[in-house]
Every structure is written in structure tokens, then in C-alpha cells.
Design a binder for this molecule. Structure first.
Ligand code: CTP
Ligand code: CA
Length: 224
């Protein structure tokens, strides 16, 4: 019933959503990762599909089920997510990067399980590619939407990312606020647009926030 009632405003639009964490392996049994349930990204994929979009969901490991009717591409590492996204970019109109990409990965991945021995060990990390930054440089007619999870200086940090990554819209969450963090069904967001507009979205469900983000994307597509 819900699907039938949602206007198909994004019919014909091809949207790629990334969601969830990435995992960067230390050895065959361990990894470095981030907190991320995937709920926000999966909500965007679901709401985009309900609005008639053709949706590809590139997802890191998540415990929740992907929404019905979307193409699901499962990846583990940031490097694999980057490849999956770049390979599809020329057939995509909108990219929404809700994934919590690990900023660093272990410099070496041990082929065998690292055995417990020394009292202290050091794991050296090296920087992962910034997928969204790369998309910003490659951007043609696509609408690019990023997320910023911050604990302080929310607007200033989000604005800097909007500019640095050449985005059309960034969704900024203060994850230190109750009701906005990880693994909850709600979010509190500020939407910052490339033209300088700032829109406050008070505490709301992630599905509803996803709907608001998609409405703004639709407006950006019409304007652009
Ligand atoms: N992102 C990405 N690739 C990375 C890191 C981040 O595509 N290697 C994307 C995220 O999916 C998100 C946006 O960039 O949409 C902002 O991520 P965030 O972690 O907030 O910003 P960073 O640029 O990584 O900066 P920092 O973590 O230092 O705040
Ligand atoms: Ca980061």
C-alpha cells in the first residue's frame, strides 16, 4: 500500500547509495572498522525505490536486510567499495554516500592469524582513498550527496567537506546528541547545500529523513 501511495517522482533516476561500515582486515580473523548500522543508507535506498528510482546499494557488512527491489552489491573494504562505485559511475545520476568508510587500513594484512604473545603490539595503518573526494573530482552531471558525522564544530566541519569534496548537498549529524548517533532509528540533521543554504531537520525517523533528503535531491536535479 505504501509503495502504491508514494508518488513516483524519481522514476527514471538512477541512484547509487553506499551504506554501512567498511572493514579493513588485520588478519583472517580481525579487522579495523567504524560504528555504522547501515540504517540511514538502507532507508535512503528504500525510499528512493518507493519513489520509483532505479537503486544500486553498495553496502559494507550490515546486520539488517536490504530493502526490496534494489540491486545489492556487497563489499568489505574501502578499496572494494571504491571499485564498486567507480565501475558504475557513468550509469548513475545521483550518488548518496552514507557509508562510514574506514579512513585507514592496516599497512599489511597477515596471511595467518596473528598469535597472542607480546604484551604490546603495534598495527601500522595507512590512509584509504577518499571515495567521495574522488567522485567530486570526476563529477559530471551527477548530483553528489555526502554525510558528515561530527562530535564538534558540526556546521564548520560539514561545510569544509561540502567544498573540499565538490558536493551538492551534505547531511550533517551531531553524533554526540542523543537520538542522532549510531544504531538508532532516529536522526537529527542539518542539510547544507552548495549554494550556502542551510536547513535544519529536527529529531525525526531515519525513513522520514531519507524522504526529505530525496525531495531535496529531486529539486537539485530539476534545478541543475
Ligand atoms: N568518505 C568516503 N571515503 C573515505 C572517507 C569518507 O567516501 N575514505 C565519505 C563518507 O561516506 C561521507 C563523507 O565522505 O559521505 C564524509 O565522511 P567523514 O568521515 O565525515 O569525513 P572525512 O573526509 O573522512 O573526514 P574526517 O573523518 O577526518 O572528519
Ligand atoms: Ca572519516
Amino acid at each position: 500500500a505504501l509503495a502504491a501511495l508514494t508518488p513516483k517522482k524519481l522514476a527514471g533516476t538512477r541512484i547509487l547509495v553506499t551504506a554501512g561500515p567498511t572493514q579493513e582486515e588485520i588478519d583472517p580473523v580481525r579487522f579495523v572498522s567504524n560504528h555504522s548500522s547501515g540504517k540511514m543508507g538502507y532507508a535512503i535506498a528504500r525510499q528512493a525505490r518507493l519513489r520509483g528510482a532505479q537503486v544500486t546499494l553498495v553496502t559494507g557488512p550490515c546486520a539488517i536486510a536490504p530493502p526490496y527491489g534494489v540491486e545489492v552489491v556487497r563489499v568489505q573494504s574501502a578499496a572494494a567499495m571504491r571499485e564498486a562505485v567507480l565501475a558504475r559511475l557513468d550509469q548513475i545520476d545521483v550518488v548518496v554516500k552514507a557509508a562510514a568508510v574506514a579512513d585507514y587500513r592496516p599497512k599489511v594484512r597477515a596471511g595467518q592469524k596473528v598469535k597472542k604473545g607480546a604484551e604490546e603490539i603495534v598495527i601500522e595503518l595507512e590512509k584509504n582513498p577518499d571515495i567521495l573526494g574522488e567522485l567530486g573530482r570526476l563529477k559530471g552531471k551527477q548530483v553528489l550527496v555526502g554525510f558528515a558525522a561530527e562530535t564538534d564544530d558540526l556546521v564548520a566541519n560539514a561545510k569544509a567537506k561540502l567544498t573540499r569534496k565538490n558536493l551538492d548537498l551534505i547531511v550533517a549529524n551531531d553524533v554526540s546528541q542523543e537520538g542522532a548517533g549510531f544504531n538508532v532509528d532516529t536522526n537529527i540533521a542539518k542539510l547544507l547545500f552548495a549554494d550556502g543554504r542551510l536547513e535544519d531537520v529536527p529529531l525525526t525517523g531515519k525513513q522520514e529523513l531519507a524522504g526529505i533528503i530525496l525531495d531535496r535531491i529531486e529539486q537539485l536535479r530539476k534545478a541543475g
